[in-house]
Design a protein around this ligand. Structure first.
Ligand SMILES: *Cc1c(COP(=O)(O)O)cnc(C)c1O
Length: 407
């Protein structure tokens, strides 16, 4: 029996390390907002591979970009100039606060790199003693030793020895007094997600982000945003910081920018990046021609006139439909949160979000659990209106079924 047959027919293979509790479904192909499993069953994908497939599955423009590049050149290393990298960097610079971009392959790498950038910034500014970073409980910055320490989530730190030093993890976002009190002579930067994704779609208020900007300026700190999940149109803006009317000094991105191809990056102003001189950081694969071909195609699509307005329009409609579901299921749904197509359905304590995710799967609707008992609805940004409506119908059925389990 071939490995593929085994995987499709008799449950998860023990050959794959068991770090994930996986659902027993194997997807064979995708079409827009749909995934089709090996049995030919169709699922409406409101998880987008955890906010990754921003332009849906098997997007013709992305296929063409990747196929064209695949015929020409896959990889050269960063010992040489990479044309696609220069193009994507210049586009990101033209459309954000940033002047400089470093490419890597994942969100964790982007966050890890940006931590290095912050420390090097202070070092290059004559303050090597400033190397600590203020972060927040409920955050997620990835699974490297540095980024699990940055987020301070005990569940992800357990059993890995002493957490990497240099992080002051505050109890909550949206408390400026707490941040002000935590700033000391060793503080280098403040790092925050504008909306905590894994943590349960918990948003920083506009006032909090503006306050962080002011505190960073007053104390010579960098303000670092982790927009790995919120970026590239997910919230209806190209980046979530725009809605707060502030500019960060540095920002990590990944997920959506690759549309399903592994791409990560960190962006910074010239000033913030001044410590990142030759030899300070690197990546063998980062910004390779295949990744850059796809990244450029994704950004091009998202920057097309009207694309983000369309995301905002869809998002409004989606929220209206979800508000009705909340009314219908007021006994178990506590609230609907989020911005754009980054939406969280918070269920009351008597119903576990994980059970709702399972009930959605049974309705062939893919959703993603998050902290704080939240079900994430993060469909492709290109999902047609009627499919958004269909997803809401399936969610409502799933909630009815999840309710039946409650004793
Ligand atoms: C997913 C995520 C990361 C980590 O990205 P990986 O690609 O899984 O390493 C970091 N920060 C945020 C906000 C994320 O949502």
């Amino acid at each position: 029996m071939s490995a593929a047959t085994t995987a499709a027919s008799s449950g998860p293979s023990p050959a794959v390390m068991g770090t994930y509790g996986r659902y027993d479904v194997v997807f064979d192909r995708g079409e827009g907002s749909w995934l089709i499993d090996t049995k030919g069953e169709r699922y409406l994908d409101f998880g987008s591979g955890i906010a990754v497939n921003a332009l849906g599955h098997a997007n013709p423009k992305l296929i063409a970009a990747l196929a064209e590049q695949a015929q020409k050149l896959w990889h050269t290393s960063n010992l040489y100039r990479v044309a696609g990298q220069e193009k994507l960097a210049e586009r990101l610079v033209a459309t954000t606060f940033a002047d400089k971009v470093f490419f890597c392959n994942s969100g964790a790498e982007a966050c890890e790199g940006i931590i290095k950038l912050a420390r090097r910034y202070q070092f290059a500014s004559g303050h090597p003693e400033r190397w600590r970073i203020i972060t927040f409980k409920g955050s997620f910055h990835g699974r490297t030793l540095g980024t699990i320490a940055a987020a301070g989530n005990e569940k992800y730190l357990e059993g890995f020895g002493e957490p990497a030093p240099g992080f002051d993890v505050l109890e909550t976002v949206n408390d400026l007094a707490l941040v002000e009190k935590a700033i000391g002579p060793a503080t280098a930067a403040i790092m925050v997600e504008p909306i905590q994704g894994e943590g349960g779609i918990r948003a920083c208020t506009k006032e909090f982000l503006q306050g962080l900007r002011a505190l960073a300026d007053k104390n010579g700190l960098l303000l670092i945003l982790d927009e790995v999940q919120t970026g590239v149109g997910r919230t209806g803006k190209l980046f979530a910081y725009e809605a707060a009317g502030i500019k960060p000094d540095a920002m990590a991105i990944a997920k959506g920018i690759g549309g399903g191809f592994p791409v990560g990056a960190f962006l910074a102003t010239t000033e913030a990046a001044k410590g990142m001189v030759p030899g300070t950081h690197g990546s063998t694969f980062g910004g390779n021609p295949l990744a850059m071909a796809v990244g450029n195609a994704v950004l091009e699509a998202v920057l097309e006139p009207g694309f983000l307005e369309e995301v905002q329009r869809k998002a409004l409609r989606f929220k209206q439909l979800l508000a009705r579901v909340q009314d219908e299921h007021a006994d178990i749904v506590e609230g609907i949160r989020g911005e754009g197509l980054l939406i969280g359905v918070k269920t009351k304590d008597k119903v576990l979000a994980g059970d709702v995710v399972k009930a959605c799967l049974a309705e062939h609707l893919l959703t993603v659990g998050a902290g704080d008992n939240v079900v994430r609805m993060i469909p492709p940004l290109t999902t047609p209106d009627e499919e958004l409506a269909e997803g809401v119908v399936r969610l409502s059925r799933a909630l009815t079924n999840a309710k039946k389990q409650v004793k």
